[in-house]
Design a protein around this ligand. Structure first.
Ligand SMILES: [Fe+2]
Ligand SMILES: [Fe+2]
Length: 470
C-alpha cells in the first residue's frame, strides 16, 4: 500500500496504475466529473486562487497539506486507509470471520444501494451550495465553503471508485447517474429529501454543515465498520475530512449567536435585527428546520433494511467496538413508537431498531454542539437557551411523519400545526430578512455585520489572511 501518492492523472493510494482497465474507466469518468463541476459547482471563483487543504497522502501529516489552488485544478483522488491485516467482521451474522475484499454475491444489491445513496449526497450538497460564493460574510468563510465543496467532490470520487471497481457495468452506470441527478430537480432529484432543499443563504449553510454533514458523519461511521473492507477503508478516510465540515457549521452558528448577543446589548430595545443582526429566536427556527430534515436521513424507526444491513455485516453501529455484544439476536431497544394513534414506549427487536439507535447517537452529538452555543449566550450574560426540538417534530420520513407534534413533543392536529408553524420554522418573512443581510464582504479580515469574527484562522493563520486571492 503506497502511502505517498504518485503524480498520476488521478492521485491515489490504491495502486491504480496496476489495473489498466479500472484506470481507463476512471479516466473516462474524470472529464464528465470536471464538466459537472464546472456546470453545477460553485458559481464564479473558479479561476481564483483559493487557500485549500489537499490530501497528498493518508498519513497524518499528508492529508492536510495547505496551498493556493484553483478549484478546477484541485487534486481530486482516491484515498483509502491502509488495509489492516487479519481484520474480521465486527458484528452481524459473520462476526469473527475474515472481512471481504470482494462483494459477496448475495448482498451485492444491498451494498450497491448503500454506496449509491451515500455517493448521491456528495454532489448534491455542492449543487445546493453553488450560489453562496456571491454573498460570503468574509474571505475566511468563502474559503471554508470551497473547502467543503471540493471535499464533497472528493467523496463522490470515493464512492465512484467503489462502484467502478466492484460493481462492473451496473457500477459504471450508477457512476454516470450520480452526475446526472440534480438537487431539487423535479424530474431527476437527488435521492434523499434534505439534499433537495435549497441552501439559499449562509445561515442555512451553517445549519446544513452543523446538522446534515453530521448525519454524514454517523452514516460514514456505520459504514466504516463494514465487513466489506474496501468500503470500511474508504469511509474511514472520508471521516477525517468530514470533521472540518462540521467545524464550519458549528462555529459558523456560534459566531452568528455571539454577534447576536453583542447587538442585543447595543440596541436600546435589545433587538439585534434593528442593527442588522439575526435574533436568537430566528436562529432557533433554522436549527429546528435543518435538524429535523437531517433526522429524516436516518430512515424509518423500525426498519427491516437496517436489520438486513447489520445481519449481513455491511453496516454497523457508531463505534461498534464500544458495545459488548455484536450479534444482537434476542436483544431489544426501548423506544417510542406510534401505535393506534398514540405514543407508546416499548421494546423493539434491536436489529430492527438500528436506524433509531444511530439517530439516538446523532442526537447526543448535536446536543453537545447546542450546549456550546448556549455557553456562548450565557457567557455574554444573555438569558436565552437554544434547544433541539423533539425528534417527533416536523418529520417527513418514518412513523412520526403521519401526525404532528410541537417542538416539545406534544401531539397536535394538523390545523394547530399549520397555525403555529411560523413560530417554530422559518417563515417567508424570516427568509426574506435573512437574504436581505447577505451582502458579500471580501476585504481581508473584515466580517459582515451579522456574524462575529472567528477566534482563529485556518491552519493557525490570522483571520485577516488573504484566504482567497483577489
Ligand atoms: Fe461528504
Ligand atoms: Fe461533508
Amino acid at each position: 500500500m503506497p502511502s505517498v501518492l504518485t503524480d498520476e492523472k488521478i492521485p491515489n493510494n490504491v495502486n491504480l496504475s496496476s489495473d489498466k482497465r479500472l484506470q481507463r474507466a476512471l479516466e473516462a469518468w474524470q472529464p464528465a466529473f470536471i464538466d459537472w463541476w464546472k456546470q453545477m459547482g460553485p458559481v464564479g471563483w473558479q479561476e481564483r486562487d483559493i487557500f485549500l487543504r489537499t490530501a497528498v497522502s493518508v498519513e497524518t501529516d499528508g492529508w492536510a497539506h495547505f496551498d493556493y489552488v484553483k478549484m478546477p485544478e484541485y487534486r481530486w483522488g482516491i484515498f483509502l486507509e491502509p488495509k489492516q491485516e487479519g481484520r474480521v467482521h465486527g458484528f452481524g451474522d459473520f462476526a469473527g470471520q475474515p472481512v471481504w475484499d470482494e462483494v459477496p454475491g448475495e448482498f451485492r444489491n444491498m451494498l450497491r444501494r448503500l454506496v449509491v445513496t451515500q455517493g448521491d449526497t456528495e454532489p448534491a450538497s455542492v449543487e445546493q451550495q453553488r450560489d453562496l460564493g456571491a454573498t460570503a460574510p468574509s474571505l475566511y468563510d468563502l474559503r471554508n465553503l470551497f473547502q467543503v465543496n471540493v471535499e464533497e467532490g472528493r467523496h463522490l470520487w470515493a464512492m465512484v471508485y467503489l462502484l467502478h471497481t466492484y460493481f462492473g457495468r451496473d457500477g459504471r452506470e450508477e457512476a454516470e447517474e450520480l452526475l446526472a441527478r440534480r438537487s431539487g430537480d423535479q424530474d431527476k432529484p437527488r435521492i434523499l429529501g434534505a439534499f433537495n432543499e435549497p441552501t439559499a443563504h449562509w445561515l442555512s449553510f451553517f445549519m446544513f454543515t452543523m446538522f446534515t454533514d453530521r448525519d454524514g458523519k454517523y452514516q460514514l461511521s456505520a459504514l466504516a465498520e463494514s465487513g466489506f473492507d474496501p468500503l470500511a477503508r474508504t469511509c474511514r478516510f472520508m471521516l477525517t475530512e468530514e470533521a472540518h465540515h462540521m467545524f464550519v457549521g458549528e462555529t459558523g452558528v456560534q459566531r452568528v449567536v455571539r454577534r447576536s448577543c453583542e447587538l442585543m446589548k447595543q440596541d436600546p430595545n435589545g433587538d439585534p435585527r434593528a442593527l442588522g443582526g439575526i435574533d436568537l429566536p430566528t436562529v432557533q427556527k433554522y436549527a429546528n428546520l435543518w435538524y429535523t430534515l437531517s433526522l429524516d436521513l436516518f430512515g424509518g424507526e423500525v426498519s427491516s433494511n437496517a436489520a438486513d444491513a447489520f445481519a449481513s455485516g455491511l453496516k454497523g453501529r457508531y463505534k461498534e467496538d464500544r458495545y459488548d455484544e455484536h450479534k444482537l439476536v434476542g436483544t431489544h431497544f426501548a423506544m417510542d413508537v406510534l401505535e393506534g394513534g398514540k405514543v407508546v414506549h416499548k421494546d423493539v427487536p434491536m436489529r430492527n431498531a438500528l436506524n433509531e439507535v444511530l439517530r439516538t447517537e446523532y442526537i447526543k452529538d448535536c446536543q453537545r454542539g447546542v450546549d456550546r452555543w448556549n455557553k456562548t449566550i450565557k457567557d455574554a450574560g444573555i438569558d436565552f437557551e437554544l434547544t433541539l426540538p423533539s425528534h417527533k417534530f416536523h418529520r417527513q420520513i418514518g412513523m412520526w411523519s403521519t401526525t404532528h407534534f410541537t417542538p416539545d413533543g406534544e401531539m397536535i392536529d394538523q390545523a394547530t400545526f399549520n397555525a403555529r408553524r411560523g413560530e417554530w420554522l422559518p417563515s417567508e418573512a424570516d427568509e426574506v430578512y435573512i437574504k436581505s443581510l447577505m451582502k458579500p464582504c471580501y476585504e481581508p479580515g473584515k466580517m459582515a455585520g451579522w456574524i462575529a469574527a472567528p477566534l482563529k484562522g485556518i491552519n493557525n493563520l490570522p483571520a485577516e489572511f488573504e484566504y482567497v486571492r483577489a
